[in-house]
Structure formats: structure tokens, C-alpha cells
Design a protein around this ligand. Sequence first.
Ligand SMILES: [Zn+2]
Length: 110
Amino acid sequence: MKWRDRKGFTLVEVVITVAIIGIVAAKATQNAMRVREEARETKCLANIRNLQSALDMARMDSGYIGSNKTAAQLEATLVPAYMKPMPECNSGGVYSTDADSVVHCDVHAP
Ligand SMILES: [Zn+2]
């Protein structure tokens, strides 16, 4: 049988093609997941900056506001006077402050 007389593809050709498509799809999915997580982290860092600014404004208005605040205490201090609504980390992180009143996310900036 000559090459030009053949119709269709052999099983080996189909298997190799499907394998290549599978590898490319896996790489593309992996890359998309990484980009998605980077976007979540960027948004979270913006939330942290906003929370820190609001916390600084609250401190200027009322003097001492305390440290080591949990997410609920942060929300009670800042919402609704300094920000509304309370920002949320899209990766499920929880915001809190440390002993120096610096805001952290337990997922992105622990
Ligand atoms: Zn976060």
C-alpha cells in the first residue's frame, strides 16, 4: 500500500496526537491556576494595604487602638467608620494584626 492510497490515521498516530494534546492541556491548566492564584495574592495585598490605612486613620482619630487584633476585632474597629464592607481574602485567608499593629493575612502574608 502506498502512502497516498492510505485513508485515515494509524492507531499509533492517534495515540501520539492525543498524548501531545493532553500534555499541552495539562501545562495550560497548570499555568492558568498559577496566574489565578497570583491574582488572588495581588488582591489580598491590596486589601492588606487598605486595612492598614484604615487602621492608621482609626489610630489617629482615637489614639491607642490596641494590637494583636483578630479578624472580628479588626472589623469591629474599622467597619463602618473607616471602611465598608470588610475586605475578604479570596483564598480563604483571615486578616489579623500582630503585636506591632501590622495587618497580616494568614494565607498570603503570615
Ligand atoms: Zn490572603
